[in-house]
Design a protein around this ligand. Structure first.
Ligand SMILES: *Cc1c(COP(=O)(O)O)cnc(C)c1O
Length: 342
């Protein structure tokens, strides 16, 4: 039995491709890959990877081996950013993805296991994952068959001196290993200019319609559009309230639609009283608290909308982030499992 979902996530594949092409152009001579970890930032990793591979993307990044395994049937070039635990060795030796080694222990594990081509993460200041620049200088990676030497920027979305310091530390490793390519920039890093592009860039956020830096907004298009079905339409008389804790009081008789969408679906509670649905070009503001599974919107302006109709939520990431204080990354990756995706 198939039960049609009462909420769906529209993924605009044309916009996804167009955003990747924009990042590819901005990456200049460097190749442009794609970060598809966390289920393609919530949009569906298989759908995203398949679409971008069709557009010419050749390098895909996931966080862990389960994510790589899920994409293995596509036959793409995958790198696993979280490296190689002892528990991952069997999967890594199966050859469907490369580990991004990030500790001396992992390097030793890979060498002892007889692993082939790998990637390596070098820490140039974020102090998250990665071997130290000093360890590389001391020969930790000598003889290792490295496909891509990777580092990651801490503050690429800000104009701060740390960016140039990380760039210089990474550039200093040129020629120090046998790495075929070097890769530093995430989405925001692409916007920092040619010095940051090296041989391969790794955008995530921008592909999905996030705006990594205000100066990169121009070509980027919205990709993800949550839609929800109206479960009930009701008249709320002037003076009555809507939702938990009665935070909204009707100033006049108001027509209200209750939608099948809530914070359990990633439609964040911080959008209470701030978000909106949209019917054609009419804005239908969210009234009161977002509940776990429901949200109320003002449909006074649209007498035609009825039970069973679908409404698209405003989900421009930069605007929704500014309105709610929730990061664009969280607005994407929080989109839940109850959506029909496509
Ligand atoms: C997530 C991630 C990216 C992509 O970052 P965005 O800011 O989403 O473009 C690139 N590189 C690494 C190592 C990452 O963890």
């Amino acid at each position: 039995m198939e039960i049609p979902a009462p909420l769906r996530l529209r993924v605009d594949r044309d916009a996804l491709v167009s955003n990747w092409q924009a990042m590819d152009r901005m990456s200049g001579a460097a190749a442009c890959g794609a970060a598809v970890k966390a289920n393609g930032y919530g949009l569906g990793a298989t759908l995203v990877a398949q679409t971008l591979a069709g557009a010419g993307c050749r390098d895909f990044f996931v966080a862990n081996w389960a994510e790589a395994l899920a994409l293995a049937p596509l036959g793409l070039t995958l790198s696993v950013l979280h490296g190689l635990r002892a528990e991952d060795m069997a999967a890594a030796m199966a050859g469907f993805a490369r580990p991004v080694l990030s500790t001396p222990e992992q390097v030793a594990r890979w060498r002892e296991g007889g692993g082939g081509a790998c990637d390596v993460m070098v820490d140039t200041g974020i102090n998250r994952l990665g071997v130290s620049v000093q360890a590389v200088a001391d020969g930790l990676l000598d003889g290792l068959a490295i496909e891509t030497l990777i580092s990651h920027l801490a503050c690429a979305d800000e104009d701060v001196p740390m960016n140039a310091r990380q760039q210089a530390a990474f550039a200093g490793l040129k020629g120090r290993t046998r790495a075929r390519r070097m890769s530093l920039a995430n989405s925001a890093g692409i916007g920092l200019g040619a010095d940051y592009h090296f041989d391969l860039t790794r955008p995530g956020l921008a592909l999905y319609g996030g705006i990594p830096r205000p100066d990169m907004a121009g070509p980027l298009r919205q990709v993800a559009r949550p839609e929800a079905q109206i479960l009930q339409r009701r008249l709320v008389p002037a003076g009555e309230t809507v939702g938990y804790n009665a935070t909204w009081t009707a100033p006049a008789d108001t027509e209200v639609a209750i939608l099948n969408l809530g914070y359990a679906d990633g439609y964040r509670r911080a959008l209470s009283g701030r978000g909106a649905a949209r019917a054609d070009d009419v804005v239908l503001p969210v009234l009161g608290r977002v509940s776990m599974d429901l949200v109320a919107v003002d449909v006074t302006a649209r007498p035609d909308l009825a039970e069973g109709d679908w409404l698209a939520m405003d989900y421009d990431l930069a605007a929704a982030s500014a309105a709610s204080g929730v990061s664009q990354y969280e607005l994407l990756t929080g989109l839940g499992q109850r959506f029909g995706r496509g």
